[in-house]
Design a protein around this ligand. Sequence first.
Ligand code: PLP
Length: 393
Amino acid sequence: MNAKVLYETFSRAPLAFERGEGCWLITGDGARYLDFAGGIAVNSLGHSHPHLVAALTEQAAKLWHVSNLYQVPGQERLGERLVENSFADRVFFTNSGAEALECAIKTARRYHYVNGNPEKFRIITFEGAFHGRTLATIAAGGQAKYLEGFGPKVDGFDQVPFGDVEAARAAITPETAAILIEPLQGEGGIRELPQGGLAALRQLCDEHGLLLILDEVQCGVGRTGKLFAYQWTDIEPDIVAIAKGIGGGFPMGACLATEAAAVGMTPGTHGTTFGGNPLAMAVGNAVLDVVLEPGFLDDVARKGLLLKQRLASVADEFPDVIEGIRGSGLMAGLKCRMPNTTVNMALRDEKLLAVPAGDNVVRLLPPLNVSDEEIGIAVDRIRKAAQGLSAKH
Ligand SMILES: *Cc1c(COP(=O)(O)O)cnc(C)c1O
């Protein structure tokens, strides 16, 4: 293999997997890793889920691609199911999370444009946010390390501290169009909004005629134990971006909006070649078949609590390694006392895969169909890694 041909933008682990079975990844020489990285919250139903494999192969034998010049029945079906189970009236399918956010940003700007307020185009975002790697979404995320060297930052994003409603209020100007936030920050370090935070932002938006956009690319599609993370609150957003988990490993995303918010997205205003292609739609529908089965999401919430409780006891045992546990459902974070990369590497040595995040956190994002037994194995491996790292041993 000649890795020199690839852009060196990723620092990759020296691991190559050949196949996957449920929560397990298997290398060419047969080593089995317990996958609590889940492709960064993408493999929502693990690897080689029989229902997803059947849906994809069945569709592959029929039709791969026709373009959005024609009707794609799978889009209508998946769109209807997302609408039935959310605040939304309209859906636009994309290939990725960043594109779902681009669509969300464009939808918000067009909303004000067609409502006679073309001056309203700015969006308030939050420190520690991650919204993708396109030029607009790195500007929205506002992280210097992702903006550096890529020319003038796309205009129109004003950043305030995470969850700081008063700072958001102070940042509103006559040009403000929307507020964009992850209900539960992923890359930022599994950071939760304070209780009542979303409701306060919703109220702020209502007072000022702004749209509330949620980035649920990581925390959506069942990850927290509800189909959407906002459904833990009483409020409804105007626009939501999803991706990652909805494809279960097939690249896809979607922008969901209310009828009112999507009013400006008229024929010709937006488009995509691959978005909503029949292969993606077959898999997205198959993911929902499983996630929407009665009891599935309640079980995610239950397993999330189980994981959190067990992790808390490991943190109690080794406070010099793990400072605390964060997160909701099967989106957990270990706040580390030592460098998170050291902890992540020690977990990998125990054949447990996890993902480092901001704020010195290691993320655990297991498949939503992980078993109690596998949660037990993961926690045992974390305990063993922590023991090895702890100064006391
Ligand atoms: C991953 C992620 C994105 C970007 O998704 P891509 O598919 O990589 O473009 C956007 N927002 C959040 C919250 C994410 O976790």
